[in-house]
Ligand binder design. Structure first.
Ligand code: DOR
Ligand code: ZN
Ligand code: ZN
Length: 408
């Protein structure tokens, strides 16, 4: 007897099948093409699909001294609302997570306040001794300054020091000091350097928010099996023209021209990860030029809308926001398999809705897609066997758990 049985259409190994998923003690206990008996049964009706819980490998949840921008509570509630069951927290906080002591404070804050599951990171910039004291799920390096202003003076030394996989913000410090508008060359040069170092050291590298054709070409050409990369929804769905009409769309790396965006779409199959780079700021900070776009509550829906338009498939979404993140970051307790956490994102492909940022859980109450009608919506989120979001309402208390990954 299962605690809960999910009955309906789900994607398994890229195929849409009809069946039942038996959940026991928060874990997937059986996946069946037939009927299963449960204490409780959730029938996922017509037009709806059960996806495995979506994972966002790149979010800035602020908190600490920047609670007006976002807190761990509002950020992880936003995640569940958007159909994201696991978030990867970025360390460019205030204070930054550059010491074992701030890392410990981050651990404590997430234990108390997280609604979704999470991975924690540590920022390396000349502080190798401290980096060696912590066990983070991933390590972050900024090659050039972004929000928070900390960046590596010696990328190779910092990269070599990292005790685990590194996510890198690849924009060259020298180039952006000379050209504050951050041209494509800033990204291309940094990606080229990061690839060279990773090739020499044969160490896992994840390149964040790749936005240029030139950058993505370099990665594809080197084709190192231990190198992965992310692309954001804003670089897939917006261009520099949008920014020219709305300075709130300032973001690092910046929105690019139509040619770069077309290249990302033409090579969509080669993109391993889609991640939001959710970067909330107060409206006042945005008016004063802060860079960053909130994305947790629109990213899955934008991809569903694209699927409805025939641009991508549900299989693509699951690969780039579930299967590949699990493989690349070595997450042991997630995946649509027996014995893994019962995390699910239930979608309605037919439902149309209008993006209204005032209804978001994030404190960042604006969106590039405000007023946009999207077809396809996340209607329910399950975390380890519990319904934690239904019809835009967060249900229950903070019960996020740190993922089982990395360590060493
Ligand atoms: O636009 C950005 N905002 N790019 C980043 O790299 C950081 C982020 C933030 O933390 O605000
Ligand atoms: Zn970045
Ligand atoms: Zn970021």
């Amino acid at each position: 007897m299962y605690d809960l049985v999910l009955k309906g259409k789900f994607l398994k190994d890229g195929k849409l099948i009809e069946g039942s998923i038996g959940i026991l003690n928060g874990k997937i206990s059986r996946i069946s093409l037939g009927e299963l008996k449960g204490e409780e049964t959730l029938k996922i009706g017509r037009g709806k699909v059960i996806l495995p819980g979506m994972i966002d490998t790149h979010v800035h949840l602020r908190d600490f001294r920047q609670k007006p921008k976002e807190t761990i509570k509002t950020g992880t509630m936003a995640a569940l609302h958007g159909g994201i069951t696991t978030v990867f927290d970025m360390p460019n906080t205030d204070p930054p997570i550059t010491s074992a002591e701030t890392f410990r404070l981050r651990e404590e804050a997430f234990e108390r306040k997280a609604y979704s599951d999470y991975a924690l990171s540590f920022l390396i910039a000349g502080n190798c001794d401290e980096a060696k004291k912590v066990q983070a799920e991933f390590y972050k390096i900024f090659m050039g300054a972004s929000t928070g202003g900390i960046y590596s003076k010696d990328f190779e030394e910092d990269f070599e020091c990292a005790p685990g996989i590194v996510s890198v913000h690849a924009e060259d410090a020298g180039t952006i000091m000379k050209s504050p508008e951050r041209p494509p060359e800033a990204e291309i040069l940094a990606i080229s350097q990061a690839l060279d170092v990773s090739e020499r050291l044969k160490k896992p590298l994840n390149i964040c928010h790749v936005s240029t054709a030139g950058g993505m070409k370099l990665i594809m050409k080197k084709n190192l099996p231990w190198v992965s990369f992310e692309v954001t929804p804003h670089h897939l769905f917006l261009t520099r023209k949008d920014y020219e009409g709305n300075t709130f769309l300032k973001v690092y790396p910046p929105l690019r021209d139509a040619g770069d965006r077309a290249f990302l779409w033409r090579n969509f199959d080669k993109i391993p990860i889609i991640a939001s780079d959710h970067a909330p700021h107060t409206l006042e900070d945005k008016e004063n030029g802060a860079a960053g776009i909130p994305g947790l509550e629109t990213e899955v829906a934008l991809l569903l809308d694209a699927a409805n338009r025939g641009m991508i498939s549900l299989k693509d979404i699951v690969e780039k926001m579930h299967t590949n993140p699990i493989r690349i970051f070595g997450i042991r307790n997630k995946g649509l398999d027996v014995g893994k956490d019962a995390d699910f994102t239930i979608i309605d492909m037919k439902q149309e809705w209008v993006v209204k940022p005032e209804e978001f859980y994030t404190k960042s109450k604006w969106s590039p897609w405000e007023g946009r009608k999207l077809r396809g919506k996340v209607v329910m989120t399950l975390l380890r066997g519990q319904v934690v979001m239904e019809d835009d309402e967060i249900i229950g208390k903070p019960q996020g758990v740190r993922i089982d990954a990395g360590k060493g």
